[in-house]
Design a protein around this ligand. Structure first.
Ligand code: PLP
Length: 429
């Protein structure tokens, strides 16, 4: 049994000076109850908390640590850069180096602009799409999360849903009216929205593999259909690859699915664990950005040398060993099969979704294909599942709307230990 004495004490202390004790809401465990774990350090596949517990980590900083925690080349790159100064606000060669590598790895992009988070990347991508098309409205999908900027907090997934405030106070009606909502995997609905808003839609933005209502793959023909609709109506297609980029393949979901977006956004893996986001497109679109074009976008710390050094070391590792993506998928499949077998043996209703190294366990009978079906899962069972696993030293995301991230640092022994933990707690679910 784990002890959480110090974590709980630290949480109480944090709540005095930080709203809810956390700097990002999902960390507070509200969806599952209990106090969050305070981490002391992490290495490879494991977290070590303030009470001395060792946990197998399936959150991995919500995606960035695809090669495990404290991956040595990233750590070394950051230490070396730090000695030379932490920020200049003037260009460095490093920015061109990582940009070149990203342009090489990702299909169909000529230029990339670095920012500081996935939120910034998606917010800027939409502004660019609006500037490029001269239109205001955007289509987004229920359950897709694109960060916390105002236009996106309309039925956003994971954190926003977990807190039951999909339409956050503070987002004005003026902003909300330009965000049109569709169901994920419902192409007919998107077609209808386009018909009803002729020449008004600037962009369709989506997670090409959804990861913020659990993991939901795009239905066959869905992405291709969106591609065609955007083409036919003069709108730009934005793939939010903050989660999927440099994870599902070197070229992300675009490479995996063969569907090309007009603008692609990145975050998480691209920063190797430092605060980095990016958006990219072909020249025709990117040349609309300041200082080349009229669409304004900027950042004091954008392209920060430490962040770029970490990101470059990460992308180089992924570029040099493309087998990583195959290995990750094999590990994820192994885990999927192991957990499914145990839950089936214990007659527990479940659906497991998986794409590449993204996986989610839903306590639902029906296929989970959109936000409504993701919400139909038994949340009480999930809570028991979460706390049961935690007590066994397995740390999954504290919300049924989150995806688990498999890393290259996980060994088959770790996966077996995880499956054994599920077997142990299954009778209690
Ligand atoms: N887009 C997607 C698909 C995400 O999963 C996230 C974060 O989880 C974001 C955007 C926002 O990124 P950030 O939290 O870095 O602002």
């Amino acid at each position: 049994m784990m002890i959480y004495k110090r974590s709980s004490a630290l949480f109480a202390e944090a709540q005095e000076v930080i709203p809810g004790g956390v700097n990002s809401p999902v960390r507070a465990f509200k969806a599952v109850g209990g106090d969050p774990i305070f981490v002391k350090e992490a290495k490879g596949a494991y977290l070590f908390d303030e009470d001395g517990n060792k946990l197998i980590d399936y959150i991995n900083s919500w995606g960035p640590m695809i090669l495990g925690h404290a991956y040595q080349p990233v750590v070394d790159a950051v230490i070396e850069r730090t000695k030379k100064g932490t920020s200049f606000g003037t260009p460095t060669e490093l920015e061109t180096e990582i940009a070149k590598l990203a342009v090489k790895m990702v299909p169909g992009i000529d230029k990339i602009r670095f920012v500081n988070s996935g939120t910034e990347a998606c917010m800027s991508a939409v502004r660019l799409a609006r500037g490029f098309t001269g239109r205001d409205k955007i289509i987004k999908f229920a359950g897709c999360y694109h960060g916390h900027s105002d236009s996106f907090l309309i039925q956003a997934g994971s954190g926003a849903v977990t807190f039951g405030s999909p339409n956050s106070p503070g987002v004005t009606q003026g902003t909300a009216k330009d965000t049109l909502l569709a169901e994920y995997n419902n192409l007919d609905q998107v077609r209808e929205i386009f018909e009803a808003n002729k020449e008004e839609i600037a962009t369709v933005i989506l997670e090409p593999v959804a990861g913020n209502m659990g993991c939901i793959p795009p239905a066959e023909g869905f992405l291709e259909g969106l591609r065609d609709l955007c083409q036919a109506h003069g709108a730009l297609l934005i793939f939010d690859e903050v989660m999927t980029g440099f994870r599902l393949a070197a070229g992300g979901a675009q490479e995996l699915t063969g569907v090309q977006a007009d603008i692609v956004t990145f975050g998480k893996v691209i920063g190797g664990g430092l605060p980095v986001g990016a958006f990219a497109a072909r020249n025709e679109i990117m040349n609309h950005l300041a200082p080349l074009g009229p669409v304004y976008q900027a950042g004091t710390l954008s392209g920060n040398p430490l962040a770029m050094a970490a990101g470059l070391a990460m992308l180089q590792a992924l570029d040099q060993d493309r087998e990583i993506f195959k290995r990750l998928e094999q590990k994820t499949e192994y885990l999927h099969k192991g957990i499914a077998q145990v839950l089936t043996e214990n007659r527990i209703t479940h659906t497991i979704n998986r794409v590449g190294s993204m996986i989610s366990v839903h306590f639902a009978e029906e296929a989970v294909t959109d936000f409504a079906s993701a919400s139909a899962g038994a949340n009480e069972t999930f809570k028991k599942f979460f706390h049961g696993l935690l007590a066994e030293g397995v740390y999954i995301a504290p919300s049924a709307y989150e995806t688990w991230f498999i890393t290259d640092a996980l060994t088959y022994e770790d996966l077996d230990a995880t499956i054994a933990a599920v077997a142990k707690i299954a009778p209690t679910l």
